[in-house]
Design a binder for this molecule. Structure first.
Ligand SMILES: [Zn+2]
Length: 204
């Protein structure tokens, strides 16, 4: 059975109507919240700016690493959840379907119109987005960028491969890493993320 993206999006939309008293959404085994994209983007991009030119690369690496670690833990929780077992697992026939399921959940979370363009098992994942919230936010708040800006999605692309083809959780983190090969924030027609096996493992 193919992964029914609309069914997954519908399940997340329905489930997200339930809120705790502080607005937290307990769904897919993790705690979610509605968050201002403008605020999150400001935190991320202003951090990079405040770090200054000499430490720009370090700032980017930290943001990507944080996203990958967060994506790794979050989607581990998601695939262990009751909702995943009920809604997604019946559609999953192989490991590659799990990645398609992850991407569908990420789309439902509002991270962008992500689509898997290529998946070579154990080797390579290519994800494209025409409307990443980071690229859109950067363009709106800072104008055209000189480099790619979708740090969260770049980290998450690596995390998806870590979870499926890396060592068992929690030892598979950073087994893969992703590059953003083109980005709307710098004038490209879409954002593209390519995850491959890491040449090295941070903190290993
Ligand atoms: Zn981008």
């Amino acid at each position: 059975m193919a992964i029914d993206v609309s069914k997954i999006i519908h399940a997340v939309m329905e489930g997200s109507k339930i809120r705790e008293s502080k607005g937290i959404i307990p769904l897919f085994g993790v705690y979610l919240s509605l968050f201002s994209v403008y605020y999150y983007n400001r935190l991320s991009f202003d951090f990079e700016i405040k770090m200054g030119k000499p430490r720009e690369a370090e700032a980017r690496a930290l943001l990507i690493k944080a996203a990958q670690e967060c994506g790794y833990a979050t989607f581990q929780g998601i695939r262990d959840s009751w909702e995943w077992q009920q809604v997604v697992a019946p559609m999953v026939e192989n490991q590659e379907d799990q990645i398609l399921g992850f991407v569908a959940v990420a789309v439902a979370f509002g991270w962008g119109d992500l689509a898997v363009e290529e998946l070579v098992p154990g080797e390579k994942l290519v994800i494209r987005a025409n409307d990443s919230y980071e690229a859109r936010g950067y363009l709106e708040q800072y104008g055209p960028a000189k480099s790619e800006k979708c740090y969260m999605l770049r980290g998450v692309a690596g995390a998806f491969m870590d979870l499926i083809y890396g060592s068992d959780y929690p030892d598979g983190l950073y087994a893969f890493s992703a590059l953003e090969t083109c980005c709307r924030a710098k004038g490209d027609t879409c954002c593209e993320f390519i995850a491959r096996k890491s040449p090295y493992r941070p903190n290993a």
